[in-house]
Write a protein that binds this ligand. Structure first.
Ligand SMILES: Cc1ncc(COP(=O)(O)O)c(C=O)c1O
Length: 396
């Protein structure tokens, strides 16, 4: 329907991010003086490591404050390619690499240069919110592939195969997953890549949480022989180096795809901030100890969250293999106090329990809430005490 203001129709293809909605409501309550424990935002609570921040300060002092190449400075592209090669045995060159304004921007660019209206794009459920909206924005049709909670929400090639049609152009894979924390098994990933290559389908792998896996080794499908041809990689410094506000993401892919995405970028954002790019060079070339320290801290918090969820009657959860999210099933309280879906649950939990969590509807399921454990142990203790009281109160 034509909007009164005459807004373009394609704006109606996207909705406001549900994760942002919860943060906004939690922020409103906080402004009113309510003590809210926030498990909503998927944002590390650690400061950006000092060496990285100092590189940003130095960039300002050196007056490195002007336009750069739209797709990123060569020094950073080389550094990103070298880090990925060292970590995963990939062989990307700067011509196959772009730097973007966060991984979200990388995803936007890739989806807009790969998808035509009428194409089909496969997205496993649960999915990260943004995929849905940016694919819708391209005009392509989403084909959902439901994963099985009982199997830890992991994806298999057998699930993907029946969803592929003559119109399938792209599949989006995110491992470790936001919101479920599911980690795709390396062999299954290889099978999916092989299947998509055989069927002429692009594979977009979102490696935003690649460094945060708890019982497997970090893995990139792009390091497998032959995978580069039909794969585009999304990377981000946001979570890995606790740099969410600096807005640096990157993409790898065949140089024609990267060229097209950079062309799009040159007419929208132009370059990512010059200062942030210099900080990013330090992040990927400098000491990596902070990443390991964050992983160990998340590991402790994850163990605590699993113990707490399992200790609350009415909640159950598959163990997340990576990222920093728990995705417990809350359907045991359905029918109580007017709660019939995750959205009802999250709203009441925020209003009555003063804990912010994201309802599963944001990720395509109705029986879960997403809890980000990128929060301090004190907040986790307090938040879970409140969740326990809230849930047990409903079931009493
Ligand atoms: C799965 C996934 N991909 C990509 C991103 C994008 O992060 P950023 O744009 O901060 O790099 C996020 C952020 O939450 C995410 O969860």
């Amino acid at each position: 329907m034509q909007s009164k203001l005459g807004l373009a129709d394609r704006v109606n293809l996207i909705s406001m991010s549900a994760t942002m909605k919860v943060s906004a409501e939690a922020a409103r309550l906080k402004r009113e003086g309510v003590n809210v424990v926030g498990f909503g935002a998927g944002e590390p609570d650690f400061p950006t490591p000092d060496n990285i921040s100092k590189a940003g300060i130095k960039a300002i002092e050196d007056n490195f404050t002007k336009y750069t190449q739209a797709g990123g400075i060569p020094e950073l592209k080389e550094a990103i390619c070298a880090r990925h090669a060292g970590d995963y045995g990939t062989s990307y060159t700067p011509a196959e690499c772009m730097v973007n304004v966060g991984g979200k921007h990388t995803i936007f660019n890739f989806t807009q240069v790969l998808l035509n209206p009428g194409d089909e794009c496969i997205i496993p459920v649960p999915y990260w919110v943004t995929y849905k909206d940016v694919v819708n924005y391209s005009g392509a049709k989403i084909v959902w592939v439901e994963t099985d909670e009982a199997k830890g929400f992991t994806l298999t090639a057998d699930m993907v195969e029946p969803a592929i049609t003559g119109k399938t152009k792209l599949i989006i894979i995110n491992s470790p997953s936001n919101p479920s924390g599911a980690v795709l098994e390396d062999d299954e990933f290889r099978k999916i890549q092989k299947l998509t290559a055989e069927r002429g389908v692009w594979l977009m792998t979102d490696e935003c949480y690649d460094k945060f896996v708890y019982s497997a080794e970090p893995f990139s499908i792009a390091g497998e022989p032959g995978a580069k041809e039909n794969t585009v990689v999304v990377g981000s410094l946001s979570k890995t180096y606790s740099m969410t506000g600096w807005r640096i993401g990157f993409g790898f892919g065949p140089k024609e795809v990267i060229g097209a995405a950079q062309k799009l970028q040159s007419h929208s954002t132009s370059n990512p901030t010059s200062i942030a790019q210099k900080a990013a060079v330090e992040a990927v070339t400098g000491p990596q100890d902070a990443v390991g320290e964050m992983l160990e801290e998340y590991r402790k918090r994850r163990a605590y969250v699993i113990e707490r969820v399992n200790g609350i009657k009415g909640l159950k959860m598959t163990e997340p293999g990576g990222a920093f999210y728990a995705y417990p099933n809350i359907s045991a309280v359905f029918g109580k106090n007017g709660i019939n879906c995750s959205l009802d649950f999250a709203e009441q939990l925020l209003k009555d329990g003063h804990v912010a969590a994201v309802p599963g509807e944001a990720f395509g399921t109705t029986e879960h809430i997403r809890i980000s454990y990128a929060a301090s142990m004190d907040d986790l203790r307090e938040g879970f005490d409140r969740i326990q009281k809230f849930v047990e109160g409903l079931l009493a």
